[in-house]
Ligand binder design. Sequence first.
Ligand code: KG4
Ligand code: ZN
Length: 394
Amino acid sequence: MRILGIETSCDETSLCILDAHIDVHTGTTIYTNKSHIIVSQASLHEEYGGVFPAMAKREHQKNIIPALSQLFKKLSPPEDQEILFSEKSNELQTILEREPTVYEFLSQQTDIHNNPNIDAIAVTHGPGLEPALWVGINTAKALGNLWNIPVIPVNHMEGHIWSVYANEESFSLPENTEFPITALLVSGGHTELVLVKDFCDYEIIGQTKDDASGEAFDKIARLLGLSYPGGVHISRLAKQARVNALLNPFTFPRPMMHTPDFNFSFSGLKTSVRYTVDKEIIKDKDILSSEVFQQYIAQETEDAIVDVLTAKTVRAINQYQTKTCIIAGGVSANAQLRIVLKDKLEAMGVTLLVPPLSLTGDNALMIALAGHIQYKKNPDTICGDIRAVGSLSL
Ligand code: KG4
Ligand code: ZN
């Protein structure tokens, strides 16, 4: 089975072609990444200090068909087929009524009118920014119509969960996955602890009451005058602080770390950093240009976030007696989080699974994989009327 994956939930336009075939000897599904592309808009959103939805939508509309064309260049050309574009153009125009730019590109880019043996399309339908999600969904519907193949709606967070088994080449899911698994999903929009009971069977056992952990990293980075997305800058500065090993004069709270539940709260941490920064600016108006000051704040911010995430994850593992733990989503790229969790879990005899660094952020490969897992388990999930659901839950 060949799947086209489409991801447009935030500020990355990502597409991939993932082949899934069953090894006749072992019965295992072998996945092969034939082609994968991620077009990031992050630098365009930098000046807004976060993702600006109208611009995200416009960029997806502009990028999605050219990206598809680029993706197809890596595949062997399809056998000659009857090109149906002209007889379907009215229908396609209707499907793409809200995405006229996509229709325009689609009608001009004749190299993608022939289907290179794709059997199904997996597309993110939530959670995320609805205007952005719609671009992916409508494009998937149009291509599904043009090529006469089904479209599978995929939950973005489900994609993040299974990204731990993916890579950019060839991979398979382990023979006997032992459920339940504790999954800590940490991104710009989400921080949740999920009990993975089986493929396609999830229970959210805790989540943030306010800001997501990635959002906290980004907002605190902004207080330090660092560009969006700020997580990676905080991480770099914190690492430097650890190398310098100076005594950090600042202490920030670890909100909700000891509450007997699995929820999180990060907005108090951001407020506390803001007070500290404001106070230090009064003492020295140029303090923000001090690299050492930035390093102190970054280190204590990262430690606070990592401490809370680790404590709650360990609590969940103990309560649900899980032997495997997944961390995924953009913040799972954070080296300190990986180091601290790995050490803690190793001592508990728990296996930690993390995505390869190239797949921690939003990508279509994880969407195609989650789409195939869903299709295998329940082929009926293919439905005609797919809608964008910004607050879609697992
Ligand atoms: O999953 P993702 O790419 O997009 C969403 O679905 O939100 O996550 C993006 C988030 C941003 O907040 C970004 O600052 C954060 O992941 N991030 C990091 C690191 N790399 C990305 N946070 C901390 N440390 C990092 N190394
Ligand atoms: Zn994400």
